[in-house]
Structure formats: C-alpha cells, structure tokens
Design a protein around this ligand. Sequence first.
Ligand SMILES: NC(=O)c1ccc[n+]([C@@H]2O[C@H](COP(=O)([O-])OP(=O)(O)OC[C@H]3O[C@@H](n4cnc5c(N)ncnc54)[C@H](OP(=O)(O)O)[C@@H]3O)[C@@H](O)[C@H]2O)c1
Length: 343
Amino acid sequence: MSYPATVRSVGINKIGGVEAIEDLTLPFPKRKPNELLVKVEWGGVNFIDTYLRSGLYPAPFLPLPMTREASGVIVELPSDEALLQSEEFKLRGFKRGGKVAVGNTGSLKEYISVPWDSYVYPVPDAVSTRVAVAALLQGMTAIAQVTESYNVQKGDLVLIHTIAGGVGLLLAQLCKARGATVIGTTSTPEKAELATVHGADHVILYKSEDVVQRVNELTRGLGPHVIYDGVGKDTFDADFKMIRRKGTIVSFGNASGAVPPVPLFKLTEKNVKLLRPTVDKYVFTVDEKNFYGTELYRLVASGELKINIHGEYPFTADGVQRAQLDLVEGKTTGKLLIKVSNE
Ligand SMILES: NC(=O)c1ccc[n+]([C@@H]2O[C@H](COP(=O)([O-])OP(=O)(O)OC[C@H]3O[C@@H](n4cnc5c(N)ncnc54)[C@H](OP(=O)(O)O)[C@@H]3O)[C@@H](O)[C@H]2O)c1
C-alpha cells in the first residue's frame, strides 16, 4: 500500500498557553520492524496534554503532537517475521484491519507507528473506536486505582473528588459495583445529578457546602476508607482532615496544580497510607497490558462500565485549543474527543 509523504497533526512547537497549539504537517511515520502502523480515527483529550503543553511535565520531544491516546485501525503489522510467529505476539490478537486503542504520547496525527508491546490494545467488535479511545486512559486509571492503589471492598466508604469528571464517573461506577458507599464532590447540581446516575450515593457541592463537615456526618465521624483525589493542590490538606485512621489517600492528579512536598510525619497523625500513582506503572508489562486491556473492554462491551462522552472537537488547532480550555476550566463531564478521520 502507498502512503503520503506527510501527515496532518495538531500539536506544539514550544511550551506555552493554549495559543502554542498549532496545525502541523509532519513526515509520514518511519515504521520500525517491531511496530504497528495505525490509521488514526480519534484522539482523546486528557489533563496530561495540558501538563505537557504548559511545561508542568517535560515534553519528551518537539514538535509534539497533542493527545496521549488515540484509536483507529491497524493498516500494517510489524515486518519482523520472527516476532509475528512468536507466541507473545500472537497472544495480543493484532490483525491487519483490526481496531486498536493506543496510549502513546504525541498521537494526534493521521497515522502513528507504535511498538507492538507498547500501550496498544486490541478493541473487540462490540466496542467502536470512538468509545474505545474515550475509555482508554481514564478507564485504565480508574480500574488500577480501585484494584491496586486501594482494593475497594464491599462496605467501604469511598470519597471521590470531582466525581462528575472523566475518571470520576468511572471510579464511581467501579466502586458502586464492588458494594462500596460512594461519596463524591463536584461544583454544580447538574454535575451532581450525573454522578448520581453513575453510582454516587451522596454528592457534596463543594462550592456551597463544607466538604469536611459533610464527609464527617456521612461517615459518622470515622472518615472514608479511601479518598481518590485528582484535584491535587486545592484538596490535599482537607483530605488529611477527612480520612479515617489507617485510611488511604490516593492523590492521582493535579487539576488545580501540583501538591507541594509533604513532610513524612504528616502520615503519623492517623497512620495514613499516601500514594501518588500513575497508570503507566500499573500497566507496564505485556501481561499487565493484556490483563487491563481485556478487563477494560470487557467491562465496556458488557455495559458494566458506561462511557460518558462530553463532546467531539475538530482536528484543528482551534478545536484542540477549545477542548483543552473546556477541560481546564472545569466545564466538562466525561470524555473529550478529537475526530481525526471517519471510522
Ligand atoms: N495518575 C494517572 O495515571 C492519571 C491518569 C489520568 C488522569 N489523571 C488525573 O485525573 C484527574 C482527572 O482527570 P480527568 O481527565 O478525569 O479530568 P476531569 O475530572 O474530567 O476534569 C477536571 C475536573 O476537575 C474539577 N476541578 C476541581 N478543581 C479544579 C481546578 N482548580 N481546575 C480545573 N478543574 C478543577 C472540575 O470538576 P468539578 O466541576 O466537579 O470541580 C473539572 O471538571 C486529573 O488531575 C488528571 O491529571 C491521572
């Protein structure tokens, strides 16, 4: 098959505000023998895009196409024959024309070439590439948080900050399905309603209610067994007031800014366990990718995990700028997508 010499992309050439996002024309990806070539249909917008664009996290290369995730169709398998015949490769189930979701920094371009053993997941027939990308990073994050950061059990009291967000709505569903009592925080009654539909038992409107006092009442003074906090700087100190003795605080994001360094002695007040995990270090080996990829799309295909898509934005600098602004300004619930090409 013949391919064009260049691909369209949207990304940055320098660190900066949203105005740094521009339309790019990049060379067609050079495929290594161990790589899959994917024709991209969707890109998924995440907070990490804004961290890389603003310099909070270092950009690994420039120009840097935006989006940390994409989905589409495999147009070329690896050219390494020995690899194609290996059991490990066959286990992944990749085939030409097969749908895949890819967790890869710099994915927002018409074609991407990715190592077969990187963050690439086959998508089952029952799941569209649109839903597959919407579920990918936030879904794996949520599954890893309820399984590995703290293994949520029936009867647990769980507090989820920004419960109507992308990760938040998924955490709510997973915790509820495990039999936990789910308490969430959010900014508006509309977002609270959405969280309730997705499994929240109690939603606290943090702009008008005293969160610490409400959590104290709802947990009869004991505090939650676990707090999932993707807000970061603004909520971190209050987490220590709310968490129960021997509870777990999972600080997994920086929507309001990074949490400053914490003195170790802070943990002794209640013998708290504190984690600052990233999904990449939970989903790392080929076995872990098989496990999490299969589990995520099983839950999505069966309807056990509902994927809430906030909106689709065009594959232009203006579209990506608007998506990032909507995300950081807290205007969204669920997932933001960039439509790169037709399914
Ligand atoms: N560790 C990992 O591996 C990993 C992976 C994926 C995502 N994350 C993190 O998870 C968090 C949530 O990500 P998401 O994609 O699901 O986003 P999101 O929750 O859909 O969007 C962010 C929400 O945070 C709330 N918020 C509270 N304070 C805010 C502030 N100062 N500025 C902006 N928003 C604020 C807003 O909801 P309200 O209106 O309800 O306040 C806003 O809608 C992010 O911090 C992200 O970095 C971490």
